[in-house]
Design a protein around this ligand. Structure first.
Ligand SMILES: Nc1ncnc2c1ncn2[C@@H]1O[C@H](COP(=O)(O)OP(=O)(O)OP(=O)(O)O)[C@@H](O)[C@H]1O
Length: 627
């Protein structure tokens, strides 16, 4: 039976779950939807408002001394009491807001101006620029900042603005390193190369293409740095530096500290103000980080209710799929994608590369996803694994893994499925092993971190897995570095890593592409054996129908981001409905079989085997006639 895939939820379908932005709104809206974001923003907005309105809302002149109010307890006229010399504490705190925010602003601005352009240049140009920038940054970090601040304070009459500029200089390496590492990550992106090839100047590429990637981490860093700068400024004032006659919170803490035993409230009020402001910046920074980096949507209450209702309906009356010979309920499937779409933000705008596909894999089934290069196979499995790159996002009505709709999970919970519920074997074995660590370290680390095994248990499991995947000398391989392995061995190591957590689904993305032909067959055989032994569902991405014929039960044929055919392997080979499927089968099977035979026959001919040359010639003739 062959069907074209389509959405399953029909009338009950709710808004698709968007993993990036889409209808989730801007970062600001998403921030507001989180209680932590809303509260921290509200607190900071209130502090800003107090700073701006200080001249109007301050009940008294902050420097007016009323001797009768010295260390007085709170009254209606002086809600926070009087300070050491009889000045109104509330008024001083209100005015202190201005100076505290100003100090944080000055140091952040200084760090930004120094750290971001230099980080951009170091990351983008590399070489000497990078070395010099990194050297200066390291040098700045090794200088004892407090001593420099004392010297600056002494030579500038404790000018707060100059002191905060100095603080900003010492904070600049944080921005430098962050910007540099972000730029290093995007420098090799295709769109940067394309911009270079198109003749854009470095300045233009940096200001238009590269800086966009830096903005989000910088905003997060700034929120966190603001809290630190406030703490730093209060610390300076507490030490009697940078206070002057200005009623800063740190200066108030200093005064309160001196009379802590007799009038503890004088230390308490400014400490609360500072603590609340720093906490608000810290919460804002980390929530912003979550919002910007999270691929999991934050749904409005209405959307959440709709999703919950749909999930409840699914659980109550699980629908059966119509994807070929398998018909399992969503909750019984090993994996099921419903109406999956994948989008990318590119320099030319947003493009959809997978167009609402639906497929399922039953427990213990081997499903092949086949299609020519660029048909969307990898994007489909990356969405399954939640491993799309930053510029991409998916939407789906549901993604079921092990009986659970994982689109309702948080990113953290979703990540926990990797290595335990779902294993992954990537395309390029060598580039997926870290050259700095031994194979043993790389295999045992996830077993310890994800599965909570002890060091000894993890080593034992890794060792057993290496043996199981056919590594003949596991003791040596455990101690080896990736460059000491052949491609086939590296792929076996990755397979060992993927199955070490005993997942119920194994996803293999072109697992044999980078291997030579003889090793390819061995790896496929191994995968088949393991799949049967562990009773795993296996999803294998390939562009080769030979692989499908070798190990798959069912096949999904993709073209240009859509599914053109789904069926059992037998019927597909016997009588594919779609002309594209027939073309693909012809292209991969004819070519593969004849090439192997031609090689064998060529070897026979060169070895002088009787009949070899004639057989080869006849074969070539047949091939040419066929072509
Ligand atoms: N980072 C990206 N930005 C924009 N488009 C992308 C990105 N990654 C993939 N695409 C596009 O998505 C489409 C599907 O790519 P995908 O990698 O899924 O193809 P594939 O079928 O796995 O091909 P291959 O066999 O070559 O790996 C392609 O058109 C590709 O150009």
């Amino acid at each position: 039976m062959t069907t074209s895939a389509g959405p399953i939820l029909d009338a009950t379908t709710v808004d698709a779950v968007d993993t990036r932005g889409g209808d989730r709104g801007s970062v600001f809206v998403r921030l507001l939807r989180r209680p932590a974001g809303l509260v921290s923003l509200a607190v900071l907005a209130l502090i800003l408002l107090v700073a701006i309105l200080a001249p109007w809302i301050s009940p008294h002149d902050p420097n007016e001394v009323i001797l009768s109010q010295a260390r007085a307890l709170p009254t209606w006229a002086h809600p926070l009491g009087g300070d050491n010399t009889g000045r109104d504490v509330l008024s001083r705190l209100i005015w202190g807001t201005q100076i505290t925010l100003w100090g944080a602003f000055v140091s952040i601005l200084t760090s930004l101006v120094l750290g971001v352009p230099s980080g951009l240049a170091a990351g983008y140009f590399g070489g000497a620029t990078d070395r010099i920038g990194t050297w200066i940054s390291d040098a700045l970090q090794s200088v004892p900042g407090m001593i420099i601040l004392l010297i600056v304070g002494a030579n500038t009459g404790n000018d707060l603005t100059i002191l905060m500029v100095t603080v900003g200089v010492f904070m600049a390496p944080g921005y430098f390193r962050l910007t540099r590492s972000t730029v290093l990550a995007v420098r090799g992106e295709m769109y940067v190369d394309a911009a270079r090839v198109a003749g854009l100047t470095d300045l233009r590429i940096m200001s238009r293409h590269v800086i966009r990637q830096v903005i989000a981490p910088i905003v997060i860093q700034s929120a966190l740095t603001a809290g630190m700068a406030m703490g730093m400024q209060a610390g300076l004032q507490f030490l009697g530096i940078g206070g002057g006659t200005t009623p800063g919170w740190g200066a108030a803490m200093n005064e309160g500290f001196q009379v802590m035993r007799t009038a503890p409230l004088l230390l308490l009020w400014p400490s609360i103000a500072l603590g609340v402001a720093i906490a608000a910046f810290a919460v804002l920074g980390s929530t912003l980080g979550d919002v910007i980096n999270s691929k999991q949507p934050v749904l409005s209450r209405k959307q959440r209710r709709a999703v919950e209702a749909t999930n409840a309906a699914n659980r109550a009356a699980p629908k059966s799929t119509t994807t070929g010979s398998i018909s399992v309920a969503a909750v019984d499937s090993a994996v099921r994608l419903e109406n999956l779409r994948v989008n990318y933000e590119t320099a030319a705008g947003e493009v959809e590369v997978v167009h609402g596909i639906t497929l399922d894999v039953a427990p213990g089934e081997v499903l092949g996803i086949v299609g020519e290069s660029g048909s969307g196979k990898s994007q489909t499995v990356f969405s399954m694994l939640d491993l799309l790159p930053k510029s991409g996002y998916y939407t789906a009505d549901a993604i079921w893994i092990g009986g659970e709709d994982v689109t309702t999970l948080s990113r953290k919970d979703r990540a926990r499925l990797l290595g335990s519920e779902i294993g992954y074997i990537p395309q390029e074995p060598m580039t997926n092993l870290d050259p700095s660590y031994t194979i043993g370290a790389q295999l045992t680390e996830p077993l310890r971190a994800v599965h909570g095994m002890s060091r000894a248990e993890a080593r034992e499991r890794a060792f057993a897995m290496l043996e199981r995947v056919g590594i003949v000398d596991p003791v040596r391989v455990m101690k080896s570095y990736p460059h000491e392995l052949s491609g086939g061995m590296a792929q076996r190591v990755l397979i060992a890593g993927a199955i070490a957590g005993k997942p119920s689904v194994l996803v293999a993305d072109e697992p044999t592409t980078a291997l030579d032909v003889t090793v390819q067959a061995e790896v496929l055989e191994l995968l088949r054996e393991l799949q049967q032994e562990y009773q795993m569902a296996l999803v294998i991405v390939t562009h080769n129908f030979g692989v499908v014929a070798d190990i798959c039960d069912r096949v999904v044929v993709m073209r240009s981001g859509s599914i053109v055919e789904i069926d059992d392997v037998g019927p597909i080979f016997a009588d594919a409905e779609n002309p594209y499927t027939r073309e693909l089968i012809a292209a991969s099977l004819d070519g593969a079989a004849s090439r192997v035979e031609l090689d064998r026959e060529a070897a026979l001919a060169s070895a002088g085997a009787p009949g070899g040359g004639a057989a080869l010639a006849a074969r070539v003739k047949t091939e040419e006639a066929g072509a």
